[in-house]
Write a protein that binds this ligand. Sequence first.
Ligand code: A2P
Length: 259
Amino acid sequence: MTVSSTVSLNAGIEMPRLGFGTWRLRGRQCEQSVGWAIETGYRMIDTAAMYGNESEVGAAVRASGLPREDVVVTTKLAGRDHGRARDAAFESVERLGLDYVDCYLIHWPAGSGADLRVWSALERLQHEGILRSIGVSNYSVTQLEELLAASEVAPAVNQVEMSPFVQPRDVEALCHERGVALQAYTPLGGRASSLDDARLREVSERLGRTPAQVMLRWGIQHGAIVLPKSANRERIVSNAQIFDFELSKSDLASLDALG
Ligand code: A2P
């Protein structure tokens, strides 16, 4: 596996196993960080209408000089826009300035159901080609099962919080069983203290890797696409160095015990 390794989505898209998360990155800092990520070799950028940074993400992708088809851009439908999904998707495309979105997700389910009405609107947009693939985020097993049973187009992705400290084991199993790509947000545990965990430190020191690299590698070996965010160039580079080592079964088991 290399930094450019991909997972084939049901929509025929090759989704990189490493993506760049952009939550909380704004303005110039966002554009600069996405630029560094692309320079480093990240080929998937994850944003959302809610993050307020789609314009900067799009500007950085355009400024990279890479052919449009070389970068996978994911964005998400905000909860307030469930009743106007079609307009909201076009607005995202407009803010990104990239003609189409590679992967468009329902950011959060509106309640306990699967949002089938919203899903049909996304199916139409995929059919029209403005969204190349569609998926969901923060869906439980019940919601994902409801969607899989009722939809014409199966969700390509379910993006959920996942790290050794937050393990959605049932969702992970269902995604793998049904061929839904599993994306891990907050893959570094969400708190600085996560990186100081004694067991994580023991594994990372023994392997000569950073705690962040070990956490990301744990996600990769669980079959997830990991989406670390950083505004720091060195950490952006270091977080991509996760394809040249492997965690042993016993290291995986020891990290599995953290969540
Ligand atoms: P920074 O932007 O200053 O690097 P997550 O992707 O799990 O949401 O984590 C993002 C947080 O983790 C950010 O606060 C980011 O801060 C920090 N972070 C990202 N990469 C690393 C790293 N390699 N080591 C320590 N902290 C990191």
